[in-house]
Design a protein around this ligand. Structure first.
Ligand code: ACO
Ligand code: KIV
Length: 556
């Protein structure tokens, strides 16, 4: 056994390209997108898609805005061949969408592939062969010249077959598979040779598609490789440089982004990164990354949960709850300090009335992908005062005073620690109502009251229900609340101070309910007591809130 098993992995070759310009560039426009879900994604599934699943996926890709879709590997299976025929014969391909099909650089397979496209108004024929030394030696046992001959023969064959069907607008796409670990000069040479045979021109375009078939290096190396090829190419007229990143090192998105900085004009990948091994680059993430930098990606994910559902159903694979943008938990904060900052962010935004999105911890407005603000904050034992306060604010319109937020969060904490689980918004509301008396069966209830000013003071007479009893009291004070407080203190033989009182309406109409929050304390104790009441009459809400706080004080 090796003392350092990592020694068996030689470091990947790094291109020496100090002329690079891409590091100082910015992404300012979306690339041409090509979804390979129905080919590269499909070939990685234990149970490849049937025609029905493929068609559902195809239609959704169109709804998302894809204009180029690799729909099949027609020589692979009858299902794939028949699917291409179905798209063409049943007119499923919109005018502005081009389908793409893939074939290895093998004459028999090229022929069948082009037969599958009969009757298409336009099509991309995607031919590939691996070019890296390990493939030349192990897989093909061919030298560089022989591989160039294989690729150019394929390009020639495609051109001849295409010329026999001039009613179709043909594009050739050539992929030097394993480009990322092919010698840069050889990759350039084989691409030049294919271009020479195809003879790209506006009516006969060529796409050179550069894959990280297996990701072996940091994304900057791939960007150097792409920039090197583009700047060294003899003539790129009518040629589009495309990239096809995989994700073996978990850097597929970074690789695609840096390749775009390096000049790549087109990107191939799959929704949520399905594909061989660790997947193809995730086009949803790439697109939304542009979006959150102020660049419209020209793809729509306005109902991202629906996209997730369709992709999961077609691929029969789940999308991870933490998957960027699409995961079910990506807009949710459980932790207290995140919740506090998010809540303040929303309040700040509301105050400014600004369109600009600057909410801490939320790089994207959830509503832009069809998600609601309700899921932004969820509460468990990791949460602080802002979490529960947010749920009450968002779901019931309550704007809790700070001291009440602190008090309530301690009760929530107790409950979540006991259960070890998240507390739902319905449970938060129930707990709040039972703690602060916002329930029908409150222990001390105001049945009736009258008040009148006498000199500088208010006098109040009130009838209360206290448990099973009915009791009357009278009090006086500088206002209605202090008058009732006076009456209560006499009736219950206690002393209390009103520490804080706040109220607000719960709706925009004059008939809307009012809510009152009151905080009291007895001078002999450090403990404060809170009461809350919701009534149509604001004065009654204030008085009942006081009684709810008093009931808590008496209970103690
Ligand atoms: C990186 C990628 O994703 S590339 C796309 C890969 N996708 C797929 O392979 C899915 C569909 N493929 C298939 O259904 C089958 O592999 C088929 C129909 C294409 C071919 O099947 P088979 O004829 O049984 O051949 P097989 O798959 O074993 O291919 C290996 C042969 O093709 C050759 N080959 C492999 N790739 C290429 C290529 N791009 N160009 C030319 N020849 C190639 C190999 O050298 C080997 O030749 P040999 O049999 O003379 O040694
Ligand atoms: C672009 C093709 C050849 C591919 O799927 C790959 O190299 O990963």
């Amino acid at each position: 056994m090796l003392d350092n098993p990592a020694r068996k992995y030689p470091a990947a070759h790094i291109i020496d390209y100090p002329q690079r310009t891409w590091p100082v560039k910015r992404l300012q426009a979306p690339p041409r997108w090509c979804s390979t879900d129905l080919r590269d994604g499909n070939q990685a599934l234990a149970n490849p898609m049937d025609a029905q699943r493929k068609l559902t996926f195809f239609k959704h890709l169109i709804a998302c805005g894809f204009k180029e879709i690799e729909v099949a590997f027609p020589a692979a299976s009858e299902v794939d061949f028949a699917f291409v025929r179905l798209l063409i014969e049943e007119n499923h391909i919109p005018e502005d969408v081009t389908i793409q099909v893939m074939t290895p650089a093998r004459p028999d397979l090229i022929e069948r592939t082009i037969v599958s496209l009969n009757g298409a108004s336009k099509a991309i024929v995607h031919v590939y062969n691996a070019t890296a030394p390990i493939f030349r030696e192990m897989v093909f046992q061919k030298d560089k010249a022989e591989l160039i001959a294989l690729a150019t023969a394929a390009a020639k064959q495609v051109r001849q077959l295409c010329e026999q069907s001039p009613q179709t607008d043909w594009t050739l796409q050539y992929s030097p598979e394993t480009f990322c670990f092919t010698e840069a000069d050889f990759a350039l040479e084989i691409c030049e040779a294919v271009a020479q045979v195809w003879g790209p021109e506006p009516k006969r375009p060529l796409i050179l598609n550069l894959p990280t078939t297996v990701e072996v290096n940091t994304p900057n190396v791939f960007a150097d490789q792409v920039e090197h090829l583009m700047r060294s190419f003899s003539d790129l007229k009518s040629i589009t440089i495309s990239v096809h990143p995989h994700n073996d090192r978990g850097t597929g998105v970074a690789t695609a982004e840096m390749a775009m900085l390096a000049g790549a004009q087109r990107v191939e990948g799959c929704l949520f990164g399905n594909g061989e091994r660790t997947g193809n680059v995730d086009l949803v993430t790439l697109a939304m990354n542009l979006y959150t930098q102020g660049v419209h990606p020209q793809l729509q994910f306005a109902n991202i949960r629906q996209t997730v559902e369709i992709v999961e159903q077609c691929n029969q694979l789940p999308v991870h709850p933490r998957h960027p943008y699409g995961g079910s938990l990506v807009f949710t904060a459980f932790s207290g300090s995140h919740q506090d900052a998010i809540k303040k962010g929303f309040a700040h935004r509301a105050r400014l009335g600004s369109e600009a999105w600057h909410i801490p911890y939320l790089p994207l407005d959830p509503q832009d992908v069809g998600c609601s603000y309700e899921e932004v904050i969820r509460v468990n034992s990791q949460s602080g005062k802002s979490g529960a306060a947010w749920l009450l604010q968002e779901n019931h319109g309550l704007r809790l005073p700070r001291a009440l937020q602190v008090d309530f969060s301690q009760h929530v904490q107790q409950q979540t620690e006991q259960t070890g689980k998240e507390i739902s918004q319905a449970q938060v509301w129930q707990l709040f109502r039972s703690l602060y008396g916002v329930l029908e069966n409150r222990p001390l209830s105001l049945l009736h009251y009258t008040s009148e000013p006498r000199g500088a003071e208010q006098h109040v007479t009130a009838t209360l229900r206290y448990g099973e009893e009915t009791l009357s009291l009278q009090g006086q004070g500088c206002g209605l609340l202090s008058a009732l407080s006076d009456g209560v203190q006499k009736a219950f033989d206690c002393v209390l101070n009103i520490m804080d009182y706040q109220e607000h309406t719960l709706g925009p109409q004059s008939s809307s309910n009012a809510i009152s929050y009151i905080q009291i304390a007895s001078p002999s104790s450090a403990i404060t007591h809170f009461g809350v009441a919701i009534e149509t009459d604001a004065s009654k809400a204030a008085l009942q809130a006081l009684l709810n706080a008093v009931a808590d004080l008496i209970r103690e």
